[in-house]
Design a protein around this ligand. Sequence first.
Ligand code: ADP
Length: 398
Amino acid sequence: MNVLVINCGSSSLKFQLIDSDSEQVLAKGLCERIGIDGSRIVYQPAGGEKITTESPMPTHKQAIQMVLDSLTDSKNGVIASLEEVGAVGHRVVHGGEKYASSVVLDDTVLEAIEECNDLAPLHNPANLIGIRACQELMPDTPMVGVFDTAFHQTMPEKAYIYGLPYRYYTDYKVRKYGFHGTSHSFVSKRTAEFLGKDINQMKIIVCHLGNGASISAVCNGKSIDTSMGLTPLEGLVMGTRSGDIDPSIMEFLAKKEGLDIEGVMNVLNKESGVYGISGLSSDFRDLEAGAKEGNKRAILARKVFNYRVAKYIGSYIAAMNGVDAIAFTAGLGENDSAVRADICSYFGYMGIALDEEANSCRGEDKVISTADSKVTVCVIPTNEELAIARETLALVSK
Ligand code: ADP
């Protein structure tokens, strides 16, 4: 069966058509600037060149129509008609406490997702718009929602309750949820599989290090803690997000800089992280180039990022009372050997040792620790689209 995977943001939409039998990507692409002047679709059939088409997309419905037209196009399409799309899997950012796993989308589920809009005001409304537009254009095709938060719903209370008045949890559901769940789930499973071990008897720490970055502690296949919180702002120092800070800094900055709460949040989400520290870029490749030229703040930004990751790994070793494997994934985790080496250097006392040559790998499943390292460290590329396609197939073939 072919599964169309849709990841719909407020002004962009990423898609992949995956043949779930072979797990091959048939075509993929991106609609950009939806609702804004200059909207365009970049479409790439497997083995073919990228094709960019500028076309007005005032709403998400037009964007999805463009996606469907591209997939069925007589010249560059990969399917003859939409009947060859067996199901659609939608990435949904926030499922609140209601969804601990993926679910077939119907009106009741859409209402429940809408109830979570408060918790993810930038993402959930956009996800819903994408789902509704797809339903209008493909009314008879089953659709599944795959939630970023679902995998972390196994966290125990002690991990997800904040040190705040308890009624904020009961009244407003203020608690840690965690994100990147599809990736943490995929990578932890793949790590066990790749190492030939039973995930139900493993303690794994997954480091999803991209522009958005988070870490999870996966004990016997279940997430028991993760670094992102009520929103993706908590935890690691990221591309432009601050991660953990003293909450009093918010008041301090508001007074010093004359900012209101939106202004402060904007600083913490968009002007902080390695971008804020370096003043140069949120992209680690730029920081590496800067560091090579002796840019002190670029060097500092990388150090601060790595140190925070190491501290989280240390805390999750405590949370699980040990660790069998540490898996690096996402843009940085898969590609940046210097980041991996620096992070692992904090754990020499535990007998973690990297094999320098193995660690020079990029984007492939690989053990990068030495044979006598006490903990196995590996690179495991994430594939959120494939994970969504698998979840979708599992639910619609029931
Ligand atoms: P997101 O999905 O959160 O936008 P990604 O997982 O794509 O983020 O990761 C983006 C980060 O990964 C950037 O900082 C980028 O510099 C880094 N990155 C991506 N590819 C490479 C590479 N080949 N070498 C080093 N860093 C890379």
